[in-house]
Design a protein around this ligand. Structure first.
Ligand SMILES: Nc1ncnc2c1ncn2[C@@H]1O[C@H](COP(=O)(O)OP(=O)(O)O)[C@@H](O)[C@H]1O
Ligand SMILES: [Mg+2]
Length: 285
């Protein structure tokens, strides 16, 4: 079996003229064959007692978290709570010092590389949009799709009708159906974020990790993003880190509050909002 490679690397290999975003670190999630992920009694992601230290500072401190298949989970908490580090551990970017992390019942994330985890079906959207600015919306979606379906070959081959349909459907879903031929660099900030979400979706990830997806969006864009996430939940499992509490309020089912690297509180929004400890460390500020 060939070693899975990151889609971005592949796109860059295929066309040296293509440039990713500034940090160049986007991960496009991939799905393995149907049925390979055994979600057992319903949980798709289990973290147990995960600890991560940076120079003796515990960014994660025995973090335990279970996410059910199809859930839309919001993660909130003050700056430095460990939210991004949690995503880094799930996606293999950062190694945990101890604990366990499973995708489904059987896939041990702590033994996998970042590209292997992406290939297994965990996609991640970083804060900054990292679309290919000089290429059209259509081409961005096409590249993301082909990086998954045909990683080593015919990036220039003609699209078949199923592929054209997938691009059209994704464009529709992310609200860019009328903008498929526009250069990505000309899109608004919110539209770029949607495009990048589309580039993840077209690879059919099982789990999508979204770090502060509505930061910098207008109110209207934020509203549309809430609708999109509500639509995607069920079909995908979404883990959303966000500080915008109006947005969280709109989409939240279960909310997890991280503080000092562990779960401080977890439950329905109304319950978490009224938790005295949560008010003290985060909401009351
Ligand atoms: N690569 C790193 N090296 C050193 N310290 C880090 C690194 N990544 C995160 N940290 C520290 O770990 C803590 C948790 O950070 P982070 O996960 O980014 O929090 P959040 O996303 O909740 O704001 C912070 O104190 C941060 O400074
Ligand atoms: Mg963060």
């Amino acid at each position: 079996m060939n070693e899975p490679r990151s889609a971005e690397r592949l796109a860059a290999d295929a066309d040296p003229g293509l440039q990713g975003g500034a940090d160049g670190s986007v991960n496009y999630g991939h799905v393995v064959e149907p049925g390979v992920i055994d979600s057992g009694h319903g949980d798709i992601l289990y973290l147990e007692d995960i600890s991560v230290s940076f120079d003796g500072f515990k960014a994660l401190n025995k973090l335990t978290l279970n996410i059910a298949l199809g859930e839309l989970r919001c993660i909130i908490g003050p700056n430095g709570a460990g939210k991004t580090t949690m995503m880094d551990v799930i996606t293999g970017k950062t190694r945990a010092d101890s604990g366990s992390a499973f995708f489904g019942q059987t896939i041990d994330l702590l033994r996998m590389s970042e590209p292997e985890i992406a290939h297994a079906g965990i996609g991640r959207k970083f804060q900054k949009p990292t679309v290919f600015e000089k290429h059209s919306v259509f081409e961005n979606l096409e590249l993301a799709m082909k990086a998954r379906k045909d990683p080593f070959g015919t990036l220039r081959a003609r699209l078949d009708s199923a592929q054209l349909d997938a691009i059209a459907a994704t464009g529709e879903r992310i609200g860019l159906a009328q903008s498929l031929n526009r250069e990505a660099g000309m899109l608004s900030h919110g539209q770029k974020q949607w495009l990048e979400i589309g580039m993840l979706l077209i690879q059919e990830p099982i789990v999508l990790l979204l770090d502060e997806p509505v930061a910098g969006m207008t109110d209207a864009e934020t509203d549309r993003t809430a609708d999109l996430f509500l639509e995607l939940a069920g079909e995908h499992t979404l883990i959303v880190v966000e500080h915008d509490m109006d947005f969280v309020n709109r989409i939240a089912r279960t909310v997890t509050v991280l503080h000092e690297g562990s779960v401080l509180a977890e439950g329905p929004m109304a319950q978490v909002q009224n938790d005295q400890r949560v008010i003290e460390v985060y909401l009351g500020r």
